[in-house]
Design a binder for this molecule. Structure first.
Ligand code: 6CS
Length: 341
């Protein structure tokens, strides 16, 4: 979406909101970084259902899947300008604006038990610090949630860091990701989500990294031959709104939003599990010769060793609260691991 079409879109949305408010129906708009039928769509559909029910139909929630409004960076901008009220914003992109968020891009930081990760994100001290950091940028963090393990879909097998030599790996646009794949020896290529398929098709990139559900729905498996499971990082995303929008709401409406996001936490956690499992089966059915590689403990260790240096890089480029966030999140994981069996 170019500047002029964005401007036109903002004007149209503002006008349509005014008309609707005049007739006493309130419209809340949610933008997604993923397409219709995706995990973010599931989240937004559930949010819509709960809000419309709690408001007895007074509030109507409209969902804008990826491709209708623009890239991740552009939809974040639309929330900042007030054209859209809610958006999903992933650290892999939003980390350019809130550098501390890049903690969620660090490899071999998360627990291998995803329930522990979910608990740490929902109840941890790091999330409290992030609430302040979002506020400083005019945003309001509603929740973090995991979308599943990041999986490499590639045109050649990668089982050791040396295999990445000369390999063009598409990553999201946050600087820490570029440095991570460079540390593995790859040529890291930042690129918007919507350009990955053609990038793979035209050999501009040799591979990309995303959870299985995304690899299926975006058809990346069609243009790659291997699915490699390094279990190095979770895909984390955030659901957020803006301070200026919240200020215009009454307490009841704010309460509805807060209770909705707490209600959705377990629902979306189960969905990501289901989505990633089911869609792996679908990929294998559609492309029976796709090769699955699960890295062994020893193979993972080689990547983990290389990735350790990135902790220092994060402390350097992860903003003034990077140290505080890292220490808090490590503690959050430790606490969660004692509570979750
Ligand atoms: O790789 C990306 O850019 C995107 N991947 C997912 C699974 N969600 C949104 C994000 O922009």
């Amino acid at each position: 979406m170019n500047f002029f079409s964005s401007l036109l879109f903002i004007i149209l949305l503002t006008l349509s909101s005014c008309n609707i408010n005049d007739s006493k129906e309130i419209i809340w708009r949610v933008a997604l970084e993923e397409i219709q039928g995706s995990l973010q769509d599931q989240y937004a559909q559930e949010f819509k259902k709960i809000i419309e029910k709690k408001s007895k139909g007074k509030i109507k929630v409209l969902i804008y899947p990826y491709g209708t409004l623009g890239t991740s960076d552009q939809i974040t901008e639309l929330v900042a300008t007030g054209a859209i009220q809610f958006t999903m914003a992933s650290p892999g992109h939003l980390g350019k604006i809130i550098p501390e968020l890049q903690i969620f891009l660090l490899h071999y930081l998360f627990s291998s038990n995803n329930k522990i990760n979910q608990h740490a994100l929902d109840h941890g001290q790091a999330t409290e610090i992030f609430k302040k950091l979002y506020r400083e940028k005019g945003f309001h963090l509603l929740s973090f949630y995991p979308e599943g393990w990041q999986v490499w879909s590639t045109k050649k097998p990668i089982t050791k860091p040396e295999d990445f030599k000369g390999f063009k790996m598409r990553v999201m646009t946050s600087p820490l990701l570029l440095k991570t794949y460079k540390a593995y020896g790859a040529l890291a290529v930042p690129m918007p989500y919507g350009e990955i398929y053609s990038g793979l098709q035209l050999n501009m990139i040799d591979g990309q990294v995303n959870p299985v559900f995304a690899i299926e729905e975006m058809s990346f498996y069609e243009v790659t031959d291997y699915l490699i499971f390094p279990q190095s990082s979770q895909f984390i995303t955030s659901f957020m709104t803006s301070q200026s929008f919240l200020k215009r709401l009454d307490e009841k409406q704010i309460g509805w939003i807060q209770s909705s996001v707490s209600e959705i936490s377990d629902f979306i956690f189960e969905k990501q599990k289901e989505y990633n499992q089911d869609r792996l089966r679908i990929i294998q059915e559609k492309k029976p010769d796709i090769k699955l590689i699960k890295l062994s403990t020893k193979q993972k260790q080689a990547f983990e060793t290389k990735s350790k240096a990135l902790r220092k890089v994060y402390l350097k480029i992860g903003g003034s609260k990077a140290y505080e966030v890292l220490e808090a999140f490590k503690k959050d994981l430790e606490i969660a691991s004692k509570l979750i069996i």
